[in-house]
Design a protein around this ligand. Structure first.
Ligand SMILES: C[S@@+](CC[C@H](N)C(=O)[O-])C[C@H]1O[C@@H](n2cnc3c(N)ncnc32)[C@H](O)[C@@H]1O
Length: 336
């Protein structure tokens, strides 16, 4: 079969027993039908989304009416469920973004836009060990666990007991808790483990914990943080210098959504202007002279500032000489 844009897809074998995507098929392979224990996304025509852990004998109450789980079990993914009051919803396997956005919120959360890039910049993959603080509602923890599972581990720290519980429930609901070790501790006292491949901080004053970050990261490990204000970024940049972090980058992601109406295709007016600045760095050997490893434009700026300070000090010395009735000097040009 020829698909538009020249893509070729194979025509299904008509004798195949595999049912078409949305067909009801009681004999379909297990992975294609909803089982008791599965996490299901109910998507109404109004685009309201409900995350449901399907359990035989249970039901879910929504504004579209009551959905009985026993009616969902055995249905093909991608099909339609009907509530007791006759309203319908699509039955989909939730994606990572659904899991993150559907968390019960006790704090601000990190959204998929930033989380996806954080996972990439922290170099996470199955088997990685990553430390995080604070856990907050656990939205980023979900993305981290998703990336490092099944052989890796997220070690997360949250100081507030009420928020710790919210995050724990959220992680339990997604089924990702086995890949997360949660500590209800203050990172002021340090992190609970070391030898981490990467470490992420989402706390108000991350620069206060960089001495602990150094101890917890393996040499050369990946560090990142998200901060909403520029003032915080500047404090963190000073802290990263002080604690010998190199390859420092500050970035921001802007995401623009479009209205997917083919005849009126245009940008969505609801643009999120700013979520946060993302700061990335690598932990380098403690005895390295950090000035050598700063970015070239930063080194050029620092060199210019040193020269200017030397010229100003010399000008002050000469002015003092002249004022004391000593030597007369020609005018000194200051760097432009
Ligand atoms: C903005 S929230 C984190 C949100 C989280 N990244 C998410 O996506 O859901 C910041 C959290 O850090 C916690 N926190 C602040 N200082 C902390 C500290 N010193 N030790 C541990 N947790 C801390 C706060 O209680 C709060 O829950």
């Amino acid at each position: 079969m020829k698909y538009n844009r020249g893509m070729t897809i194979t025509t299904p074998d008509p004798s195949s027993t595999i049912p078409a995507a949305t067909e009801y098929a009681p004999d379909a392979p297990d992975a294609m039908v909803i089982q008791s224990g599965d996490l299901v996304l109910l998507l109404g025509a109004d685009y309201k989304r409900f995350l449901v852990r399907v359990q035989s004998g249970h039901s879910t109450h929504t504004h579209l009416g009551v959905f009985r789980h026993d009616h969902l079990i055995g249905q093909l993914w991608g099909g339609v469920a009907t509530s007791e009051s006759g309203h319908q919803a699509l039955v989909l396997q939730p994606g990572l973004a659904d899991l993150m956005k559907q968390v019960k919120r006790g704090t601000q959360i990190i959204y998929p836009k930033d989380a996806a890039y954080i996972v990439h910049r922290l170099n996470l993959r199955a088997g990685s060990r990553v430390i995080e603080a604070g856990t907050g509602s656990g939205s980023l923890t979900i993305a981290l666990a998703w990336a490092v599972a099944p052989s890796g581990l997220v070690v997360t720290h949250e100081v507030r007991p009420d928020i710790f519980k919210v995050a724990r429930d959220n992680l339990e609901r997604t089924g990702l808790l086995p890949y997360v070790k949660m500590y209800q501790t203050d990172i002021e006292d340090g992190f609970q483990v070391g030898d981490a491949d990467a470490l992420f901080l989402d706390v108000r004053e991350p620069w206060r914990y960089l001495h602990h970050v150094r101890r917890a990261l393996r040499p050369g490990g990946f560090f990142a943080s998200l901060l909403p204000t520029a003032n915080q970024v500047i404090d963190l940049l000073h802290g990263l210098d002080e604690h010998r972090f190199a390859d420092v980058a500050v970035e921001e992601l802007l995401l623009r959504a479009y209205k997917p109406t083919p005849d009126r295709f245009r940008p969505d007016e609801n643009v999120v202007g700013h979520t946060g600045f993302l700061i990335f760095a690598r932990c380098i050997a403690r005895d390295e002279e950090i000035g050598r490893w700063q970015r070239p434009e930063r080194r050029r700026y620092e060199a210019r500032m040193r020269t200017q300070a030397e010229i100003e000090a010399e000008a002050a010395r000469r002015a003092a000489d002249v004022a004391a009735g000593g030597k007369k000097y020609p005018r000194m040009p200051l760097p432009g």
